[in-house]
Design a binder for this molecule. Sequence first.
Ligand code: DP6
Length: 412
Amino acid sequence: MADPKIYRASTTAPVNIAVIKYSRSPSFAQLIHYRDTDCQTYRYWGKRDPRLNLPTNSSLSVTLSQRDLRTHTTASCSSTYAGPDSLLLNGADQSLETPRSIACLKSLRSLRAELEANNTSLPTLSTLPLRIVSKNNFPTAAGLASSAAGFAALIRAIANLYELPQPPEDLSLIARQGSGSACRSLLGGYVAWDVGHADDGSDSKARIVASKEHWPEMRALILVVSAEKKAVSSTAGMQATVATSELFKARVQVVPGRMKEMEDAIKRKDFAKFARLTMKDSNNFHACCLDTEPPIRYTNDVSWAAMQVVEDMNKTSSEGDVAAYTFDAGPNAVIYYTTDNRSVVEGRFDGVLTGKEGWVSSGNGLKREPNHADETLRNGISRVIMTSVGDGPVNIQDHLINEKGEASESTT
Ligand code: DP6
């Protein structure tokens, strides 16, 4: 008789925010569509198989605390499930029939099948339908890297369910196929994703640059400008930029040096250096977006007001650079600072952000007349998330699927 057991495993996974941004290589179709007369673009980016989701450059991010931003996922499988594989995200059914999800599930199943082939006493979970339930504690698709935490949690939960022995660095090769930035969310602290050189992408994976404990003073203030879905998806936008922007070709030349400098700044806990590089990379990335055909603009007036406040604060502070802004594929600002300068940075935003959901006053207050940027921020920000550097995925026993295989509420 078939084993009727419901096998379950749960995890939480973090969001990460890049300080050196990743870009996805264009698809075959885009390479052909955008190829110039002498096939330069094709030759430039067509070297490795676009289906592997390989980046054009290495990237580096800070993993954020799961207290504030996390995806909680339970993966389960059973011979009693009718199938096909299913995913319930924040109470809504999501398709797992996308090329990205199919690629991830196929890789995880084949690793489990290898284990089963080597040890016939193991239950054959690799052939059973999967039922997955997932919940975010933050708005999905608000430009808050939900796909990074989502795919990282999906991969980690299934790897736990299948009791895969691979280290997170190896699982990052699978997560990358789901969403590029997800590969960095399998690790905690300060994480690089190396571009790699192998044609099969086997060396394009995540690596810890420094643990959370190395530099625990890092804080992130997230200014949520809009909780609406992104107008241009980051995937399509990035690929168009890589395929059409002349400026982007210069970007990939400078990123390797910037990566080295950033790793060094993190190792030496040199915030001023970290800040300069973070802002430079964000501005360079968004300049390339604007240089795309047709142009892409992710930031808006509120984002620019945040940049202005940070630039002014750094210019006037006696401590030098005390804060760094960065923007992903949307208008939300992420502002990094350390606890050493908390009173200067939080004090600068106090008054402007007082009353916003998530803002905890540092007690300093605005000691001057609000300027135009302050007003733009006050009117344009819907909520604030104040968080810090955090750990990688955590395996938990709090299941979102009960013993009968039904979706259930978290027990915490
Ligand atoms: C701008 O990982 O969301 O945030 O791989 O297409 O799913 P896909 O994209 P995603 O891209 C995020 C890009 C970025 C920069 C970064 O996080 O490195």
